[in-house]
Design a protein around this ligand. Structure first.
Ligand code: AMP
Ligand code: MG
Length: 388
């Protein structure tokens, strides 16, 4: 039985760890490696699979299926785990072109390097087999994802620059179909530095005329919220904000709101930094996945080319959405993993961006539950109004 399968078993039954065996000195590093890999896979399964309550449901279902009692390990014998293990072994032995062919047969995306295709197929068969065996409910998280990528005023120097958002794009993804549904974009007229620097124009491709003819930030923010409402987001459907890195909300949106003395909207208080999601899901060697790879790197690992012009907000957002689509199709559940923070604590002062804090898995589940609850309440209120 291979590691992935052993790990699955462990997750399903939640058996306590076996006491470590005495290792010969020369075997210890190999053991550490394999343990590390197992831990990583466990983390990965957390990303893929359902939440803890589902997990418990699965345990109970397994017990019902096999007549096992609490603490009884009869569920271990479910033949599906052996089947998954065999399938994983088969996938491990295939070369890139065969993996591509299998992806095509299964109507899966066949782009990506060998390790990604292998992961995609293993995840696909694992989910399929567990579902068929009645052992898995997939929690896909939010109903929709809204990818944003702000462009802001800038100069060719680092330091404290009062960035103002000048391009506000959004790309909408339907999670159930893993498809881009539509996009939206407005330019924004800056007020602190109304004249764009030559550097900014060259970097972003945004002309002075475009911003001169645009509305100021508060108007555009309100138009964006209208667009959210038109798509029933936050009213009938849950949505999660997706960014490439911590700066879009942690710096650009926060500063623009501050500059106009308006609070950061609640829907932007937590977001999915796709770099972290990507790093955690595909395990690209960035350790704990905290920083994660940049957009170009994520695209290249998926064997995709950047489409459009880098630093054009809408093109950046569309390419981030393409990465998000792949993650969804490969079985990842995208969860919020960052939030705004006052930045005053001692811990915050150690961070690269003081105002952005990491969210734990528990906090992200809580946020999703809150979003779902708010939708349920809206639906109930509307029903009350309808029937009044
Ligand atoms: P991006 O999403 O990478 O296009 O960057 C978003 C914003 O960050 C840009 O609109 C600029 O305001 C700022 N920015 C990006 N790259 C640079 C750079 N090399 N120098 C200064 N500012 C930059
Ligand atoms: Mg950009």
């Amino acid at each position: 039985m291979d590691k992935e399968c052993r790990d699955l078993l462990r997750k399903e039954q939640r058996t306590p760890k076996k006491p470590k065996k005495q290792q010969a000195p020369d075997a210890s590093s190999a053991k550490q490696d394999s343990e590390k890999q197992l831990e990583e896979e466990e983390e990965e399964n957390k990303e893929n699979c359902d939440n803890q309550s589902n997990h418990r449901t699965n345990q109970n279902r397994q017990r019902k299926l096999f007549g096992g009692e609490e603490g009884d390990d009869s569920g271990h014998s479910h033949p599906v785990y052996k089947e998954i293990s065999l399938k994983n072994g088969f996938i491990n032995r295939q070369d890139l072109s065969t993996l591509k062919r299998i992806c095509k047969v299964e109507s899966l995306d066949s782009t990506g390097k060998r390790d990604l295709l292998s992961k995609r197929l293993k995840q696909y068969y694992k989910v399929k087999m567990l579902k068929e065996a009645g052992l898995m409910e997939v929690n896909r998280g939010f109903d929709f994802l809204v990818v944003i990528d702000f462009e802001a005023t800038c100069e060719d120097k680092s330091g404290d620059y009062p960035h103002e958002i000048i391009e506000f794009p959004a790309v909408l993804i339907d999670v159930s179909r893993s498809e881009i549904v539509c996009s939206w974009r407005k330019y924004v007229r800056p007020v602190i530095n109304p004249e764009l620097s030559e550097f900014c124009v060259t970097l972003t491709g945004i002309s002075q005329e475009l911003v001169d003819g645009a509305d100021e930030f508060p108007v555009v923010l309100s138009q964006f919220e209208d667009w959210l409402s038109q798509n029933r987001l936050g009213i009938e459907k849950t949505f999660g904000l997706v960014t490439d890195g911590p700066f879009d909300v942690g710096r650009f949106l926060r500063l623009s709101c501050e500059q106009h003395a308006i609070p950061v909207p609640a829907w932007a208080s937590r977001w999915i930094n796709i770099r972290k999601s990507f790093g955690n899901y595909y395990r690209n060697g960035s350790g704990n996945g905290y920083k994660g790879p940049g957009l170009q790197c994520m695209l290249s690992r998926l064997d995709l080319q950047f489409q459009g012009s880098p630093h054009c907000g809408l093109d950046d957002a569309t390419n981030i959405a393409r990465v998000a689509k792949c993650l969804l199709r490969d079985g990842a559940a995208l969860r919020v993993n960052e939030r705004l923070d006052s930045g005053e604590s001692r811990a915050a002062k150690e961070r690269r961006l003081r105002q952005v804090a990491h969210l734990s898995r528990h906090e992200s589940d809580e946020w999703l539950a809150r979003c779902k609850k708010s939708i349920e309440k809206n639906k109930k209120d509307n029903r009350l109004i309808d029937t009044a």
